[in-house]
Design a binder for this molecule. Structure first.
Ligand code: DLL
Length: 433
């Protein structure tokens, strides 16, 4: 562990620390950010009136539109001269949100990312290839500072140029790879086409996140690269990567609760769900100075995994994020996340781990087509085999998810590869796409 005294804190002490930090944080946002002052005044919420963590339910939410409306710096809680860095959310639609970090924020973020690498089993002896994009995206620089803080040798490759990624992995004897899970698969695929046996390299662990991925995808990646794959989670508005991380037990992601308060709420009623139930993840930052967020609605769906973890960390664990409320497909009334489709696809022999869900329209009817690549050894011109596999895929989706979708098998490499976050849903119903 990178900070064992904090990571194993008894839960009573942790709750007391959280309450203390929360009270300070509420006072700071009320005094320094007009949006919070206005919201709290309107709701009749007096920041100093918070006496227990349970009182949090009286505090108004913060949503992505608040950050967008405040573009670029309107929600910063410190003067701009105290901000030493900005990043932005990847925002595929509309205005991006800009987040600012004080020197103290960068310090804490570095510690939390060092914790993340340590959670994955990395130490100062490791050689870390950072393949998350450097730039406004939080992935690259976040991982970079954490890896350096841990004392590991850090290679700032950033994303792209996959052949060079493979060359560096091999030549530098890289032991830890940090990138999106979909890019890890592309690296494996590229290595194979270059004649590099990636499984025999010193690479032993992957620190993967920034997009939803299924347990079945994890097995595929672990198998293709010959490594242990660890899920890491975070979001720009809350800090970037380093909000939660799996440990070597891979039984959910420890939320770094000394810095972030997690709530799981029913996305319709916004009431807490019962322990262990799924809901929308809502975070409150407890130590951020540049742009604290209070009860920020992430739209990510997860649940708290009850019980203790064998690693000894006392921070509660959230389950891997299945998807975002805005990625959820409603297929003939059934709610489905692309990652659930992925989980089914990955269990079918002959199918490759590359897929896309294409939404279209036939007349006034919405259509859903799952396009998935066949494996490299599949005889694509054998019509009968193709049809049989197609039926098998459609049948597996129907029986696991209770929805019927059109399935289209496509040739190897027909699905566009991604060097960052994979685009799993292609919506042709919208104009301009
Ligand atoms: O993706 C931060 C990050 C970088 C996390 C590198 C992990 C590794 P954003 O670009 O703001 O920040 O996107 C945040 O990505 O709300 C989730 O929907 C999704 N996401 C992030 N990590 C995971 C994960 C970074 N492990 C949004 N599993 C979040 C599923 C994830 N979804």
């Amino acid at each position: 562990m990178f900070q064992p005294e904090l990571e194993t804190m008894p839960s009573e002490a942790l709750r007391a620390l959280q309450l203390d930090r929360l009270r300070t944080q509420l006072r700071r946002v009320y005094d320094n950010v007009p949006l919070y002052r206005r919201k709290y005044d309107e709701a009749g919420f007096e920041p100093d009136s918070l006496e227990t963590l349970g009182d949090l339910k009286r505090v108004p939410f913060t949503v992505k539109d608040d950050l967008r409306a405040a573009y670029p710096f309107g929600m910063f809680a410190v003067p701009l001269r105290d901000i030493v860095r900005v990043h932005s959310s990847s925002g595929t639609t509309g205005q991006v949100s800009v987040v600012g970090y004080t020197r103290g924020d960068i310090e804490r973020w570095s510690d939390l990312m060092a914790r993340t690498f340590a959670c994955a089993g990395a130490t100062a002896d490791d050689i870390v290839q950072v393949t998350y994009g450097y730039g406004l995206f939080t992935g690259g620089l976040g991982a970079h500072y954490g890896s350096e803080r841990l004392g590991a040798m850090t290679i700032p490759v950033s994303g792209g140029n996959t052949a060079r990624q493979v060359q560096i992995l091999k030549d530098f004897g890289v032991t830890v790879l940090a990138c999106t899970p979909s890019y890890a698969l592309l690296i494996a695929e590229t290595a194979a086409s270059m004649g590099v046996d990636i499984r025999s390299l010193p690479l032993k662990v992957g620190v993967f996140g920034a997009e939803p991925w299924s347990e079945a995808m994890r097995s595929q990646i672990e198998d293709a690269l010959g490594i242990t794959a660890i899920d890491i989670y975070g979001l720009s508005e809350v800090m970037g990567p380093g909000v939660a991380s799996e440990c070597r037990h891979k039984q959910g992601l420890h939320v770094f609760e000394d810095h972030f308060l997690i709530e799981i709420l029913d996305p319709h009623t916004m009431e807490p769900v019962a322990d262990g139930e799924q809901g929308e993840v809502v975070f409150t930052t407890l130590t951020k100075e540049g742009i604290p967020v209070i009860r920020y609605r992430t739209r990510d769906i997860s649940r708290i995994i009850p019980g203790e973890c064998a690693c000894g960390r006392t921070f509660r664990r959230m389950e891997r994020v299945t998807g975002r409320t805005d990625d959820m497909l409603i297929i003939r009334g059934v709610n489905v996340y692309p990652s659930q489709i992925e989980q089914v696809l990955m269990g079918i022999p002959g199918v490759a781990p590359h897929y896309q869900v294409v939404l279209g329209k036939r007349g006034s009817m919405d259509t859903v087509e799952v396009q998935v690549e066949v494996g490299p050894d599949f005889a694509f011109d054998e019509i009968r085999e193709l049809e049989s596999l197609q039926r098998k895929v459609a049948g597996a989706i129907a029986s696991s998810l209770a929805v019927s979708v059109d399935v289209k098998l496509v040739e190897p490499r027909a699905i566009q590869r991604s060097e960052g976050k994979a685009k799993r849903v292609l919506d042709l119903r919208r104009e301009g796409e």
